[in-house]
Design a protein around this ligand. Structure first.
Ligand SMILES: Cc1cc2nc3c(=O)[nH]c(=O)nc-3n(C[C@H](O)[C@H](O)[C@H](O)COP(=O)(O)OP(=O)(O)OC[C@H]3O[C@@H](n4cnc5c(N)ncnc54)[C@H](O)[C@@H]3O)c2cc1C
Length: 388
């Protein structure tokens, strides 16, 4: 039976953003973004309210809920203009992987502290030279004779790296030139960000978000086997489990951001009078908004379908990719249509509508660019030959 309604608990989770915004509103979020500082007070509140560990089992300090609830939480926050990317990168990708692939010791060591907000995780895949082609990962973890590993290499654009306590790092224990199958030879490590040999430099970006991006260097970082997440050489399997959730969450966040922009635009367009009556009466403003609203709601539905499939343990690659693509496109259209309503005011810091655009546009390129998303749909959903 089909049922599109949310449970009471899901409605509460979706509505959490509106509650949080009573104390930590967009103005507060923007103050952090202007200073390029992580909004620790907001994040701590989210953790104390039990929302960082949404997908972590209760036995390890979480709520034991699923992708749908994590998505609704992120959608609700974005709808208030206060998205928290660390809930995607750290709380979803990081903690869920430890919950799924960690040893009992790792789960006990890392999950309760992270759920309570005491520690934070970031996630490092991208490299300066490998870029979109993860197969060419060049950060090497070399096994030493005493059963330890030495990590050498560099990662690029790692969000929240210096402010986090741990980084999940995608390495190769066998170089891509020496493996039978291109996905063999990967190993994930839980790396303390303050470990000897880890060095970071911020990469300034032109996007108004509080999270800072870093280039990270690993110089003979010495780690024991207790830092390996999952099996040595089989890390692609672990990584694979993080990719769909990341794309699904981008779907939810973009739907929320689009609604936030359009909510502000509709309010403004109903009030602003320049000729006879409010500017919102003009079809030239109505139609782009109505079109964007339609795209946003369609994308939001696809994100929910992907989350629903994920929670049932069913294949959701096609849906996750389509949700990510559609929502990022829709958010850009929604912000553009909203900007038009505000006229010149849309470009001012006071109204802050233009400020929304770089983030929405960024989400067309990250975590996986929309071109690769379309490649996935073409190859795996439609059955066309690989183009690259
Ligand atoms: C603000 C920000 C935060 C980020 N946070 C993180 C993070 O926390 N952790 C992390 O690991 N990474 C992070 N990234 C990196 C991000 O995931 C990458 O930038 C993104 O995946 C694109 O990789 P690239 O920049 O190397 O682009 P490239 O691989 O150089 O690709 C450039 C462009 O070429 C096109 N292209 C490439 N391959 C194909 C193809 N086969 N077919 C068609 N077109 C193609 C696409 O349009 C693509 O945008 C972040 C980036 C930014 C800007």
């Amino acid at each position: 039976m089909m049922d599109f309604s949310l449970t009471e608990e899901q409605q509460m989770i979706y509505g959490y953003g509106a509650n949080l915004a009573k104390t930590f509103d967009r103005k507060h979020w923007l103050e952090y973004a202007d200073k390029a500082r992580f909004p620790t007070d907001m994040y701590q509140q989210v953790a104390e309210d039990g929302f960082v560990g949404v997908m972590v089992p209760e036995a390890y300090g979480g709520s034991g809920l699923g992708m749908m609830e994590m998505g609704l939480l992120n959608e609700g926050l974005a709808e208030q203009g206060i998205p928290l990317l660390s809930l995607v990168i750290g709380a979803t990708m990081g903690l869920s992987l430890i919950a799924s692939f960690g040893t009992e010791e790792q789960k006990q060591q890392y999950l309760p502290d992270a759920c309570s907000g005491k520690t934070r995780f970031c996630f490092a895949i991208t490299e300066p030279n490998a870029g979109t082609n993860t197969i060419k990962t060049n950060t090497i973890a070399k096994a030493t004779n005493d059963g330890r590993f030495k990590i050498n290499g560099a990662k690029y654009f790692i969000t929240d790296a210096a402010e986090s306590d741990y980084m999940l790092v995608v390495t190769r224990t066998t170089p891509h030139t020496e493996v039978e199958r291109s996905t063999d030879g990967f190993t994930l490590f839980i790396v303390p960000t303050k470990a000897k040999g880890v060095e970071m430099h911020p990469i300034p970006v032109s996007i108004k978000i509080p999270e800072v991006q870093y280039q990270v260097f690993f110089d003979d970082v010495d780690l024991g086997p207790e830092h390996v997440l999952g099996e040595v050489g089989k890390g692609f399997r672990v990584l694979f489990d993080a990719l769909n959730p990341e794309r699904i969450l981008v779907g939810f966040i973009c739907a929320g951001l689009g609604r936030y922009a359009m909510g502000r635009a509709v309010e403004y367009a109903n009030e602003r009078v320049v000729f006879n009556g409010p500017i919102g009466a003009y079809q030239a403003l109505q139609h782009p908004l109505a079109k964007a609203k339609t795209e946003i709601e369609l994308a939001s539905l696809m994100a929910k379908k992907a989350a629903w499939l994920f929670d049932k343990g069913e294949a959701c690659g096609g849906e996750s990719n389509m949700a990510k693509f559609a929502a990022a496109e829709a958010a850009c259209h929604a912000i553009d249509a909203s900007l038009q309503c505000f006229g010149g005011n849309g470009f001012t810091a006071e109204y802050g509508i233009f400020d929304l655009y770089p983030l929405a546009r960024l989400l067309k390129t990250i975590p996986l660019n929309n071109e690769m998303v379309l490649n996935y749909v073409a190859e795996y959903v439609l059955g066309l030959p690989r183009s690259y």
